[in-house]
Design a protein around this ligand. Structure first.
Ligand SMILES: NC(=O)c1ccc[n+]([C@@H]2O[C@H](COP(=O)([O-])OP(=O)(O)OC[C@H]3O[C@@H](n4cnc5c(N)ncnc54)[C@H](O)[C@@H]3O)[C@@H](O)[C@H]2O)c1
Ligand SMILES: [Zn+2]
Length: 339
């Protein structure tokens, strides 16, 4: 097991990577505990949390909204939760995002922690202190910056994940290596099949390095004023793909990474050799590298994106593997990229 401390502006967080989730009680305070969990995770792991009051929520991005927040707040009230109550979220990014938000606004904020049960939430959602919900169709429109007291990332829990949910996490891991860690990229190239078969040593290393990279950037720029924007690599185009083609987040990010790599290649920032390594790695991890639908609709979906300014878009580009920079890209340059 490896631990990592994260300094937040309001409070600190402790990441426990490789911890057996069944040991969670030793990290809990001696207070009223309320568990927030989705119905699928509850079916799979609920028996381990039966000592506590449970608030069960649904699944999918559609429930990450203010109605769910309102319903959870009502249940907290009915359980007579007070300022000393502790919320434990058990689930993927959706459960953690909603529960972190609810805990942060209930009575102006009560303590909370996560048992992060998807690869995506272990490597991404559980680090960085962003909690929030969608509003009127806008993603993560309402939210707060606030750190969980602790996050448990147990690789064993990933064994019950559907393949598509697993893939989402790998796309974020590739992103982290491209942003900041060329050695980790090589490690992933050499261990992609072990990673796919969830070899726990490989997964623990990948998760720990990934959270380390994200934590390092977040520690320097918690509120996303500069450095943290590098983590948007693959996400500008990726979000538009996700919205337009209704692809899973990780698959959309994979396409977004390919577009960023191609733009970087076209600008002479990335060598052809490194470009090919990126494509090969994404494929080895069963992630998509092309789409067969019209790019126009995706590009027009970008228009709504908050990153767009005038006729240019801020894009995170790659300067080789392990280093990125933010540059302005014109719409014409983007249209010229072949997918
Ligand atoms: N806060 C952040 O910084 C941040 C970062 C990245 C993503 N996110 C958010 O995270 C969300 C996506 O997270 P996600 O991909 O974890 O989705 P998710 O929470 O919907 O989980 C995906 C699916 O896996 C199931 N599941 C969870 N754990 C399981 C397990 N151990 N075994 C079997 N099934 C399991 C869930 O029930 C769900 O059906 C998005 O809403 C995104 O905006 C937040
Ligand atoms: Zn993402």
């Amino acid at each position: 097991m490896q631990q990592l401390g994260i300094k937040g502006s309001v409070s600190d967080s402790l990441l426990l990577v490789g911890e057996d989730f069944k040991q969670y009680k030793k990290y809990l305070p001696n207070k009223q505990i309320i568990v927030i969990i989705d119905n699928k995770v509850n079916k799979l792991y609920g028996e381990y949390f039966s000592d506590y009051q449970i608030i069960e929520i649904g699944q999918t991005e559609n429930i990450k909204n203010i109605d769910s927040v309102s319903s959870i707040l009502e249940q907290l009230l009915s359980y007579k939760a007070d300022r000393s109550t502790f919320v434990l979220a058990v689930g993927g990014g959706i459960v953690c995002d909603i529960a972190g938000f609810v805990a942060s606004i209930y009575l102006r904020g009560i303590d909370f922690a996560f048992i992060s049960t998807t690869l995506l939430s272990q490597v991404d959602a559980s680090v960085g202190g962003k909690n929030g919900v969608n509003f009127l169709g806008f993603k993560n429109m309402l939210g707060v910056f606030n750190q969980p007291k602790f996050v448990i990332c147990d690789p064993k829990m990933l064994e019950t994940l559907d393949v598509e949910d697993l893939n989402c996490g790998f796309a974020e891991i590739v992103k982290h290596t491209l942003v900041a860690d060329a050695n980790m990229f090589s490690y992933l190239e050499n261990n992609s099949s072990k990673a796919l078969s969830l070899d726990s040593q490989v997964i623990e290393k990948l998760v720990f390095n990934s959270v380390n990279i994200k934590a390092d950037i977040v520690n320097r720029d918690e509120k996303e004023k500069g450095e943290r924007r590098k983590l948007n690599l693959g996400h500008t185009f990726g979000h538009a793909v996700e919205k337009t083609l209704k692809l899973a987040h990780g698959n959309a990010v994979s396409i977004g990474l390919v577009v960023a790599a191609k733009l970087s290649l076209n600008r002479g920032l990335l060598s052809e050799k490194d470009y090919n390594r990126i494509i090969t790695l994404l494929k080895a991890l069963d992630l998509p590298v092309s789409i067969d639908s019209d790019k126009e609709a995706i590009i027009s979906a970008l228009d709504m994106d908050k990153k767009r300014e005038g006729n240019a878009i801020h894009f995170v580009l790659m300067e080789g593997i392990g280093k990125v920079r933010i540059e302005e890209i014109s719409l014409d340059e983007l249209k010229a990229v072949e997918l």
